[in-house]
Design a protein around this ligand. Structure first.
Ligand SMILES: C[S@@+](CC[C@H](N)C(=O)[O-])C[C@H]1O[C@@H](n2cnc3c(N)ncnc32)[C@H](O)[C@@H]1O
Length: 246
């Protein structure tokens, strides 16, 4: 059996029970770059670990190796795991890998994980929907295979916008969202390395991001919407670590 497993955002307590069970009995694990050391420590110590994490510029080459490796180990072992950060089907090529494995006649099971897109705002006390404030949310990539998305018109109208991989092009994305009609005064947050000991939260407005005034570091989830302004996270018992307001 080949399992496509979501590792969650980093904190091992945010693994699903099923993900933990599969990791504990794994024979071989192929893992991505953003898997935390604490989650890696949950893997069967006798398992063979293969790092297929992709640095910038080597994505295509590494991706080409993954299916042959899964087929090779899948034919020889009982429990082979393809471990991805967050959820395996959210900007993680899980769908493409599932299709290839099914085409090759493999038995595959998907174990969903908690996506950073949901975990990062929620851990900071930012709800994605809130009565009379936000009725819709969307998760979008700030940097796809084809580069920066050019037309942000559709996303300008979504109440809560969650942007993954958006740090590098943040000023340009913010400017495009404002040009498409999103309010420049809208509160935003960048949550870096959510759920890890190095988590940092940066609060500002969309206009400040467009003006290049906001420093943020990848990996981060960027949330734009009135829900950020509810500031529930600031009143939570555990104060946000490293929270910084511009
Ligand atoms: C290739 S995508 C993978 C997304 C993943 N499948 C998920 O569901 O979270 C990588 C992006 O996810 C976000 N990300 C993943 N883990 C994160 C974390 N712990 N804190 C903040 N952002 C994270 C960042 O935007 C990062 O650039």
């Amino acid at each position: 059996m080949i399992y496509l497993v979501g590792a969650g955002p980093g904190d091992p307590d945010l693994l699903t029970v099923k993900a933990l069970r599969v990791l504990e009995k794994a024979d071989v694990v192929l893992c991505d770059r953003l898997i935390s050391a604490e989650v890696m420590a949950c893997i069967n110590p006798r398992a063979t670990l293969i790092d297929v994490g992709k640095e910038e510029g080597q994505q295509c080459e590494k991706q080409r190796q993954i299916i042959p490796l899964l087929l090779y180990y899948g034919a020889r072992h009982e429990t082979v795991v393809r471990l991805k950060s967050g959820d395996p089907m959210v900007f993680a090529r899980g769908g493409e890998e599932l299709a290839d494995l099914l085409d090759a006649g493999c038995e595959v099971e998907v174990v969903p994980g908690i996506s950073s897109a949901l975990a990062a705002p929620e851990l900071a006390g930012i709800p994605l929907t809130y009565r009379e404030v936000a009725r819709s949310f969307a998760i979008v990539t700030g940097h796809g295979r084809d580069g920066l998305l050019q037309d942000w018109t559709a996303y300008a109208r979504i109440d809560t916008l969650i942007i993954l991989m958006g740090v590098k092009h943040r000023a340009e994305i913010a400017a495009r969202l404002i040009a498409a009609g999103r309010n420049a005064g809208q509160p935003i947050a960048f949550i870096e390395r959510a759920s890890t000991p190095n988590e940092r939260r940066v609060y500002a407005t969309l206009g400040q991001v467009a003006e290049g005034m906001v420093e943020a570091e990848a990996p981060a989830v960027w949330i734009a919407g009135e829900v950020v302004g509810l500031s529930l996270g600031l009143s939570m018992t555990k104060p946000p670590s490293g929270a910084q307001r511009i």
